[in-house]
Design a protein around this ligand. Sequence first.
Ligand code: ZN
Length: 135
Amino acid sequence: MITVIFKKRNFERKVLLQKDVLDSIVSYCQMKHPNEGILILKGKSKNGEIKIDGLVIPPFNYSGPTFAGFPHSFLPFDMSYVGIVHSHPSGSAEPSVTDLHNFFGLVSLIIKSPYNDESIFAWDSNGNSISLSIV
Ligand SMILES: [Zn+2]
């Protein structure tokens, strides 16, 4: 029981997403609709707080109505890559088993249709929700 409490405390994280970055995510995913869109999140992580302040279009990315991805081996090693965001053109904003298998970085954002401020959610590598604030 004690370990569970410790784990929860250590992994309490918070995501701060810049409004202009959110707007770019929204337009990119609307453009990709009805296919999924995928983008790399750039930012900084400090004391469990992940601040997202930029986006990168992944090289060689591929997508369809129910999947999106990119070969991680083509990515340059970059400490400012804090995670990925991808869209769910239909259904919920919960991560699928495939999403968790392809987890990259510290946080995974999922935005569902219709793409707006209320349809974006943050998840950790275990599929637990992380609090997300737009700043
Ligand atoms: Zn997904």
